[in-house]
Design a protein around this ligand. Structure first.
Ligand code: NAP
Length: 317
């Protein structure tokens, strides 16, 4: 099978295509013939080996040779203990631990997969598991009358999060670079901020902040929150995440605000409700560009270097 591999952290030019033997699933694993894999910022971070949390399991060199978590495809073979799937089933899921989606076949634990809704294409389904769940859990608690701010809102998770917060009735402000302001408005943001021009922490107060790319001080985040407000970050610099976990939670408690890092709960029970909203048309899927397997370096750069508006997909088959 053809697979995009790398052996050291670096820029997209460390990636190459190799012909590898088709893998065999272990007892509770499924071999998926990959149709499409969406790109997440976590793929770019694991390619670069930065922030440091992307090196968990592989401090000096990558733990997995093939990136690509969010897969959609057909079940090709199943391990002897698999009960929910059989060859031919159309599935999708977030294979964050094993990755391997930038290849013709990928091994995924049965527990990470769900049946693909017939109404969604493989490309569409592959955009949902990671970004959709971050958006769903990140906007939990938003409601009518709330002012919600999403930092990094023009990318994959952000484009879902804007829509979900709007559905809950909130007034939504999206923050991203100037090239994504119009896109954020088009998916529903009431207000937009160019992070290279304005500091959102001086524009509040907000009742809920979902931060996809945290890097500011805890005091700036606290300043941006209304009394009783909540700040949640899911990614960013290690320093910022550690500050939020330590000083942030204490400062928050002392000032009637809550600051924390959201450890996203993964899996079908969490992403299926997001997919249901996509099927019913209540949530739109925004695919900015589709690349081929040979173009994976360009696909990763498109996301990592900040050009993607919404999601990017690699069409494998
Ligand atoms: N906590 C968990 O359990 C968990 C699980 C999975 C993933 N994650 C993390 O979740 C994050 C979500 O990623 P995603 O896939 O939605 O990313 P994405 O599609 O790349 O979107 C991130 C957006 O943030 C923008 N951005 C970059 N720097 C910014 C800044 N200083 N201020 C405002 N916006 C900025 C980017 O644009 P430009 O770069 O063009 O400016 C991009 O549009 C990742 O960091 C990932 O590691 C967390």
């Amino acid at each position: 099978m053809r697979a995009v591999v790398y052996d050291r952290y670096g820029r997209p030019d460390v990636l190459r295509i190799e012909n590898l033997p088709k893998p065999s699933p272990a007892a509770r694993e499924v071999l998926v013939k990959v149709a499409a894999t969406s790109v997440n910022l976590s793929d770019w971070e694991t390619l670069r080996g930065s922030p440091l949390y992307s090196r968990i399991g592989g401090l000096r060199s990558p733990a997995r040779r093939t990136l690509g978590s969010d897969i959609g495809g057909w079940v090709d073979a199943v391990g002897p203990a698999v009960t929910r799937f059989q060859p031919g089933d159309e599935v999708y899921g977030d294979n964050l631990m094993l990755k391997g989606g930038f290849a013709e076949y990928a091994i995924a634990p049965e527990s990470t997969l769900a049946r693909k809704p017939a109404a969604l294409t493989f490309a569409e389904a592959s955009t949902i598991p990671q970004a959709g769940v971050i958006a769903w859990q990140g906007t939990e608690g938003a409601r009518a009358g709330h002012r919600v701010l999403i930092n990094g809102a023009g990318g994959g998770s952000g484009s879902f999060a804007i829509q979900l917060a709007k559905r809950l009735g909130a007034h939504v402000t999206g923050v991203d670079n100037a090239g994504k302001l119009e896109f954020m408005r088009s998916v529903g943001a009431d207000a937009v901020i160019d992070y290279r021009r304005d500091d959102f922490t001086r524009t509040g107060p907000y009742d809920l902040i979902l931060d996809l790319v945290a890097h500011r001080s805890v005091f700036a985040y606290r300043r941006a929150l209304a009394s009783g407000g909540r700040y949640r970050c899911v990614g960013g610099s290690v320093g910022a995440l550690l500050r939020v976990l330590t000083v942030g939670s204490l400062t928050g408690r002392l000032t009637h605000r809550r600051l924390g890092v959201l450890a996203v709960k993964e899996g079908p029970t969490h992403f299926a409700p997001v997919a249901d909203l996509c099927v019913s048309g209540d949530l739109g899927i925004h695919i900015d560009r589709t690349f081929t397997l040979d173009e994976v370096p360009a696909a990763l750069a498109w996301v990592g270097e900040g050009r993607a508006r919404g999601k990017v997909v690699v069409s494998v088959t």
